[in-house]
Design a protein around this ligand. Structure first.
Ligand SMILES: Cc1cc2nc3c(=O)[nH]c(=O)nc-3n(C[C@H](O)[C@H](O)[C@H](O)COP(=O)(O)OP(=O)(O)OC[C@H]3O[C@@H](n4cnc5c(N)ncnc54)[C@H](O)[C@@H]3O)c2cc1C
Length: 542
């Protein structure tokens, strides 16, 4: 196990006995696909609180465009989906987990249909199954063309709201998981949270499921919504949970690159429909890079774009859809997005750029979604189950959220045998007595934007040992005078979380002296068998 700088146990000072106390059986931190699905499963066994730091609409889940991969076509097989996932994972997947997710997928999707998920169907009512890069068969379910995630979010949220025993807390920021003390094996008993109206609160739970999503915001360029600040990874680390495979951040090749466009993702399906990538001189630069040209795997395309930009000394690369008949009618969300910027895909070239997209690594879990810390489970993008290995196959993450959300919700009740009659353990007294730093004021916005730029430049698509070493030292330095401060609102807490997780990512990428999946080291361009294993990060001996 590896460690980074000694993280403080809690972000803020508090005395648990002086704060309002809330009790539940299962606390779910995160209201995306994984958290909502977990809440539904846990509600079969007791009371549940599910919380989100913003409203329940702004999640990575709601932004997902491509779809959900699962085997529904009689021509397709479970084995084929398993093999495609293993290939994408670059010899680093846990095959038993891949089988578990792929096998349980169809059941979870049928369940979603039963709960009212409206997916794209042909005139005869048959589900239309798309095909994406890396998939050998048609197995991608879409809703509203490119609005699949929003439909998943809608269906699960409605179901959660209709389910007795689930309380939903919006705008409720989880600062830290609570454990009675800081020794190894100390169980998680809930979380300390902050709500703009109710202030700090202690939420005590028999089991806690972390489903706090991804980390894209650590990078200057990202497809993720602003909530994806790695809070879940940071609070798990502080509570003693192990993080695994932290070098693996997947980059998406095509986001809209315009001032004010928030790096909106342009779905792969548009390249699937025949769009070209053009350099500044309007030539197709993917020809000769890969036999599949623009349809090469995501990482190859992202890397080629970065190299092309370097070759032409900056400037722009474009997506060209002008030759695709009916492009605006086929991709309504895309057409709407462009319209906001006075662009039309039928007549204009679209400036694009790669961006950080999906955090493959995460809190290490087993097949029951359990972490190494008693009472703490994790599911969704925050978790590292072993499904994705060194790279995620397109559309496998919503599937993972549904499957592992359900597993985590079921497993949450195991610890107390799902018995509603057992009395809940009473709260213990927890005192966090951090002294305020005497190092003075800080421009937090500057710290955050410096970190995001440094991560993009040095822990981005192309990495080298020298750059990684430099950025790891730089983050340690920023950490020294930022992590000892006490903040009283989410922007500060998020920035502290981002610094901690950035430090782990940079070190994990430095340690992995090979290129595998989405991790490209220019100084170690080959896959090396001695690195065909998970690297695990934790607080070390406490
Ligand atoms: C633009 C885009 C397109 C994508 N397209 C696809 C696709 O087509 N198919 C696919 O399979 N995957 C896709 N993905 C990836 C997929 O959407 C995510 O991996 C998945 O939705 C993650 O779900 P989740 O439940 O783990 O997290 P999220 O959906 O991100 O939910 C995280 C939740 O945690 C909450 N949270 C975070 N921190 C805190 C805190 N401190 N306190 C309280 N709450 C907190 C958030 O408020 C949120 O409710 C896409 C991602 C993006 C960004």
């Amino acid at each position: 196990m590896h460690s980074v700088f000694d993280a403080r146990r809690f972000l803020i000072p508090f005395r648990s006995s002086l704060l309002p106390q809330i009790f539940t059986d299962t606390l779910v931190i995160g209201g995306g696909v994984a958290g909502l699905r977990a809440a539904l499963a846990a509600a079969q066994h007791g009371e549940v609180i599910v919380l989100a730091k913003g409203d329940f609409k702004h999640t990575n889940t709601a932004w997902a465009q491509g779809g959900v991969a699962t085997v529904l076509d009689p021509q397709d097989t479970i084995e084929s989906h398993v093999q495609d996932t293993l290939v994408a994972g670059a010899d680093a997947c846990d095959e038993s987990i891949v089988r578990l997710v792929v096998e349980q997928g169809p059941r979870r999707i049928e369940e979603m249909f039963g709960w009212g998920m409206r997916v794209d169907r042909d005139q005869g009512g048959k589900v239309l199954l798309g095909r994406e890069g890396g998939h050998a068969a048609h197995r991608i379910i879409h809703a509203g063309g490119d609005a699949t995630g929003a439909e998943v979010q809608r269906v699960l949220l409605e179901r959660v709201k209709q389910t007795a025993g689930i309380r939903v807390f919006a705008n409720c920021f989880a600062l830290d998981l609570i454990t009675p003390n800081d020794s190894e094996g100390s169980p998680v008993m809930g979380a300390i949270t902050h709500h703009p109206k109710f202030g700090l609160q202690m939420i005590w739970a028999r089991s806690t499921i972390l489903a706090a999503g991804g980390s894209g915001v650590l990078f200057r360029e990202t497809t993720n919504p602003p909530q994806a600040t790695a809070d879940g990874l940071a609070m798990a680390y502080r509570a003693g949970a192990l993080l695994a495979d932290m070098a693996y951040m997947q980059f998406h090749p095509t986001t809209l690159y315009l001032a004010g466009a928030s790096r909106s993702l342009i779905t792969e399906a548009i390249r699937g429909a025949g769009a070209y990538l053009l350099d500044e001189a309007k030539n197709r630069f993917m020809i000769g890079v890969h036999p599949m040209a623009e349809l090469a795997p995501r990482d190859i395309v992202s890397q080629a774009i970065v190299r092309q930009l370097a070759r032409q000394g900056g400037g722009k690369v474009y997506l060209d859809c002008r030759h695709i008949e009916g492009i605006n009618e086929r991709f309504l969300g895309f057409a709407e997005l462009l319209k906001k910027f006075d662009l039309n895909a039928q007549t204009d070239l679209i400036p694009i750029h790669p961006a950080a997209h999906y955090m493959v690594g995460g809190v290490k879990t087993d097949a029951s979604a359990r972490t190494n810390v008693p009472g703490l489970l994790a599911a969704g993008e925050v978790a590292s189950t072993g499904l994705h290995g060194a790279n995620r196959l397109a559309s496998n993450s919503l599937l993972e959220g549904l499957v592992f959300g359900a597993i985590a919700g079921e497993a949450a009740a195991d610890g107390w045998n799902g018995s509603r009659s057992l009395p809940r353990p009473g709260p213990v007294s927890i005192v966090s007595d951090i002294r305020p730093s005497d190092r003075g004021e800080l421009d937090l916005t500057d710290v955050r934007s410096s970190l995001r730029s440094a991560m993009w430049k040095n822990v981005g698509i192309e990495r080298t040992g020298a750059k990684l070493q430099g950025v790891a030292e730089m983050i340690d330095f920023w950490g020294r005078y930022t992590l000892d401060k006490i903040f009283d609102e989410p922007f500060g807490w998020e920035t502290q979380n981002m610094l901690l997780v950035g430090a782990v990512m940079a070190r994990a990428a430095l340690w992995r002296e090979e290129s595998r999946g989405c991790h490209l080291r220019l100084d170690f361009p080959q896959r090396r068998p001695e690195f065909a294993k998970q690297d695990v990060w934790g607080k070390g001996k406490r």
